[in-house]
Design a protein around this ligand. Structure first.
Ligand code: ZN
Length: 184
């Protein structure tokens, strides 16, 4: 993918009517471009002022997108959506990894998740891991501030370790739930 083509979508973008509510095994036909058109309106009443800087994470809103850059002089202070979600403990996505294989490979799974987050966050400051929890030895729960990371991490895990990956998208609630499972 040419990452230069990836950009923050303005909040005024129309949501295409043909999107399915539930995206299951056939979801691969859905490319990044389609996903990027889904609007996260969380705590956003229109676009931020420009330029703006998030006082919590330092991301800068400039030229229509959030990015990592020095804050321009006179930038307005406005909390970004990712920090809003982190403060409210209100994730936009979750990835749950389950099964005996997870119990034996937790550290690798977490390393993959963190690596994917670092790569994603470079170009998309609002896409972050909120928490990683281990409620049981054979279960890892990762929550994110965005809908892209759970799928991205899940697909890397599947490429590396096979297993079963499925995904559910709640369009109305702007929430994606990705599950990955492997027995032995
Ligand atoms: Zn922020």
């Amino acid at each position: 993918m040419n990452r230069n083509q990836v950009r923050e979508i303005p909040t005024s973008t129309k949501i295409p009517p043909e999107r399915p509510n539930v995206v299951e095994p056939g979801y691969r036909r859905w490319g990044r471009a389609q996903w990027d058109r889904i609007i996260d309106s969380y705590k956003a009443s229109g676009k931020p002022q420009e330029p703006a800087v998030c006082p919590q994470c330092g991301a800068v809103y400039h030229q229509g997108r959030w990015q990592w850059a020095p804050a321009p002089a006179g930038a307005a202070r406005e909390l970004c959506r990712a920090c809003h979600r982190i403060n409210d403990k209100y994730p936009a996505g979750s990835l749950t990894l389950t099964g005996p294989f997870v119990a034996a490979h937790q550290d690798e799974m977490i390393r993959i998740a963190r690596n994917q987050e670092q790569t994603e966050k470079r170009d998309h400051p609002l896409n972050r891991i909120m928490s990683i929890e281990r409620p049981a030895p054979d279960r890892l729960e990762i929550s994110t501030t965005d809908i892209h990371l759970p799928r991205r991490i899940g697909e890397v895990v599947k490429r590396a370790y096979h297993g079963e990956l499925d995904m559910h998208f709640d369009e109305h609630g702007y929430f994606v739930r990705v599950n990955w499972h492997r027995e032995k």
